[in-house]
Design a protein around this ligand. Structure first.
Ligand SMILES: [Zn+2]
Length: 148
């Protein structure tokens, strides 16, 4: 992923997209502290559409400043948003790039029709995007335990 800053605010938060529907992330995968639910305005780039803002309740670890979004929930919300606006876009590749100042985002919702350049003034890129890797439980061949 090319690392080019998009938002005009200083980078903020770590982000993780959780592809495992059965992993609920009630504990932070980094520090094992309990996470809680918090709503963020996510800044998402969608192929053949462009940037969009999506209000999404995510798991959050305040110690790590890590936002965790469940991929299935996020995609369901995206599909719902685009079902009226632009159904052809549903299923396109997308990238969650950062967060938008929530106050500005709410005003945008109320007023509508914000300009893209203006929106970027209130966007903060993520500091880092983490991968969640879950080792499948079960038996491994003996060679796995004594790597040569
Ligand atoms: Zn943590």
């Amino acid at each position: 992923m090319a690392k080019k800053k998009i938002g005009k605010l200083p980078p903020r938060y770590l982000f993780m997209l959780n592809p495992y529907a059965d992993v609920r992330l009630s504990k932070c995968p980094q520090c094992q502290k309990l996470t809680y639910l918090r709503k963020f305005a996510l800044f998402i780039h969608i192929d053949a559409w462009g940037p969009m803002a999506l209000g999404k309740t995510c798991r959050y670890c305040s110690r790590c400043e890590l936002i965790m979004a469940h991929q299935d929930e996020l995609e369901a919300q995206l599909a719902y948003s685009f079902s009226q606006m632009a159904p052809a876009v549903i299923g396109n590749a997308y990238l969650v790039l950062g967060t938008i100042d929530k106050k500005v985002w709410k005003e945008g919702l109320a007023g509508g029709g914000e300009h893209q350049g203006e929106m970027l003034q209130h966007v903060a890129d993520f500091k880092r995007v983490l991968q969640l890797v879950v080792e499948p439980g079960g038996w491994y061949p003996a060679e796995r335990e004594q790597p040569q």
